[in-house]
Design a protein around this ligand. Sequence first.
Ligand code: CU
Length: 259
Amino acid sequence: MNTKILTTTFLIALSGPVFASGLHTGGHAVTHTDDETHASGHAHGQGHADNMHDELAVGMPGSIDNVTRTVEIIMKETDDGDMIFEPAALDIKEGETIRFEIKNTGELDHEFVLDDVAAIMEHKAVMDKFPEMEHDDPNSARLAPGEEGEVIWSFTNTGSFEFACLIPGHYESGMRGDVVVEAVGSADIEYTKGTVKKVNIKSGKVTIIHEELTNLGMPAMTMVFRVAEADMLEKMNAGDEIQFIADRVKGKLTVIQMK
Ligand SMILES: [Cu+2]
């Protein structure tokens, strides 16, 4: 009960500056403020899996049906007195839905909170003040020694994020990890250099003397391409040096981008 009284007091006291500045989205704070009138029994974090305010910079709660990958995360203390996550760095592609299978193999309680760095820092400051607080948000899991938990998260945005244990003292002892979410594709395909030999507006084709097209596994040669958009042809003249990306579109070699 102590925790709940504290939580409520804390929400009344802090619903302004701390929450509004991004610990959670604005709507989150409003939800709790409304709850005060009828719900001393509402633990912090309850009742908002069903609203759209769960979307954070780092993404949003995912559904088991859309999981693209399972990542096991171990939380524990080490013999030299550190506290760690294993692994402590994750590379994720934008659009992935990850099922974090989290295990506390240590001898103390630990938690896994996934967020952007600024929100982690604010959240941490609150936890340092109110160590009794327990979180049950979709982006977090708190586990007793030996316990296992799960967070399913959909990474809808690119960027650098963090996961951390915000139980006082744990972050300082090493309990944090980096999450980098990268865009899919854009870095994989590079522009190829070529020289326009002939443009045939009527047939919608262009002949290009090109260097190796690595994405198609095609050596340097002179070839006829279609274009993805008709106005590309208007920008091409015989003799132009261009950079382009080609791919198969409906089985035909097509210039899909050009600069
Ligand atoms: Cu911890």
